[in-house]
Design a protein around this ligand. Structure first.
Ligand SMILES: [Ca+2]
Length: 206
């Protein structure tokens, strides 16, 4: 089906197109697909407005420390930050962090900012903040992205929907929404706090 048809199909069944909020979610989706020769729609589509978010997938940016802006320190946790002095692009740094650690550092509290800042004497350090206009069909605000290298590239200028493509190491690629692929629906009725089983995923191969 096209992306729109797939979305309508899921919604007619009390669900929505698949949302992926973390690497674990991504792996779970791949397991449910269990095929090595397909492209599958994701519930991700390009919108007109861009917003800032965290690479780690922790949703919208609520407290940002743009030059001299103060915000409240409202949470505690044990976090470790490791500074890498090798110079890289933001995307290369993200890939590196995901391979060796968890992700680029998020700074949602003053304490985290201090930790990131203290981790080195460098004038400029990448953090996990990025801006894009992609949004989930189910209106959730998850900011986890797993684009293949060089994607989204908007090849041809009309690539407004996202697929998981085995040809791209199971990572994400932007394509025309009129392409026809199988798809996965997330059941949105399921309780989020059910241990382990976050979502029921139903898969539709032609
Ligand atoms: Ca593309």
């Amino acid at each position: 089906m096209t992306w729109k048809e797939a979305q309508a199909f899921c919604r007619a069944n009390q669900a929505d197109l698949a949302t992926v909020d973390s690497m674990e979610d991504h792996v779970r989706l791949l397991e449910s697909i269990n095929r090595t020769d397909v492209s599958v729609w994701l519930g991700l589509t390009k919108s007109k407005t861009k917003r800032w978010m965290w690479s780690e997938g922790i949703g919208t940016v609520t407290a940002t420390r743009w030059r001299s802006t103060k915000f409240a320190d409202d949470s505690y946790g044990v976090e470790h930050y490791t500074l890498h002095t090798k110079l890289m692009s933001w995307r290369a740094a993200q890939t590196f962090c995901r391979q060796h650690y968890t992700d680029l550092a998020s700074e949602t509290t003053e304490a985290q900012h201090v930790n990131v800042y203290r981790s080195g004497q460098h004038k400029y350090v990448w953090i996990g903040l990025f801006r894009d206009s992609w949004t989930w069909s189910d209106q959730s605000t998850g900011s986890f992205r797993n684009w293949h290298k060089g994607m989204p590239d908007d090849a041809g200028g009309r690539q407004n929907c996202a697929r998981i493509a085995t040809a791209f190491k199971n990572q994400w690629d932007d394509v025309s929404c009129a392409n026809k692929y199988p798809f996965v629906c997330n059941n949105i009725q399921l309780n989020e706090d059910t241990c382990g089983g976050k979502r029921l995923i139903r898969f539709h191969l032609p």
